[in-house]
Design a protein around this ligand. Sequence first.
Ligand code: ZN
Length: 348
Amino acid sequence: MGTDQLDQLRRDAHAQLDAARTTDELSDWHARYLGRKGALTDAMRQLGALSDEERPAFGKAVNALKTELSDAFEARQEIVRGAQLNEHLASDAIDVTLPGRPVDLGTLHPITQLVREVSSIFAHLGFQTIEGPEVEDAYYAFDALNIPKDHPARDVWDTIFVQSESREIVLRPHTSPMQVRTMERLKPPVRVIVPGRCYRYEALDATHEWHFQQVEGLAVDEHLTMTDLKGTLAEFARQLFGPQRKVRFRCDYFPFVEPGVDFAIDCMVCHGDGCRVCKGTGWIEILGAGMVHPNVLANVGYDPDRYTGWAFGCGFERLAMLKYGITDIRAFYQSDLRFLSQFDRATA
Ligand SMILES: [Zn+2]
């Protein structure tokens, strides 16, 4: 290779470099001229074939060309990168004038909304909202509530047992254990409501869920009577179901109260005339209540001669079904957005 060929090489290299438009073409070019197997490496290898006189000048020329082409390569690389970036920005441009995509806002579950509404009603009546454990010692779920082992009433709750060897542990079948836990912790006067999940070994149908939410209410003080129970529950029902609601109390039995009552409101569909919702009776039972049994008070160390109390428990799903006219309890927990999005209220 002589100086002429080197000149040719230079012209070709520059021409091809100027023609390179992409980074791929640039790296091809780099391999062709400056790479380990490139044209300039070839030229250097030919030094050995030259005479002693020719060799220094040719070597110098090859080195100079190598530097020249390296600089040219870097310059061209800058240009190509800049051009590619501009092209990318142009093709990927964001049109800031486009309207945004709508964001679907979630809504609170209807039961959560009702829990908050009930808590708020009772807060205005002076009740504190507290929560308790869902996995519960059977002592709190039954024994302390005047339902000792082998008591037939214990079968009424289709309880799910977690462990039953040394200690009986259950998924709480009602929120009533918190009556005991609360009284163990506090001195009277006590005014609390306890909303929360409960579990029972139930076959699923339109009116039974194996897990559901209850609210427990408890008031203990000196001189509390059935009148306090009636007044508070009537006020609660009227705030939840409308101020015109009539209320009815009838005798009922629960082991942890004496006396016990079932509490009903007049049917909001037929206003007492009798219809399918109230099964022709004109009344709808919404909860069970009663005066706290003296044994329960004694179990937590309260003096039953000095203190009296009343308590109630009711299911949120039942309240919600009545309030919203829902006929199947399973609808609450099937996560069907067509159902859930109907309860789109701004209570968050
Ligand atoms: Zn009715």
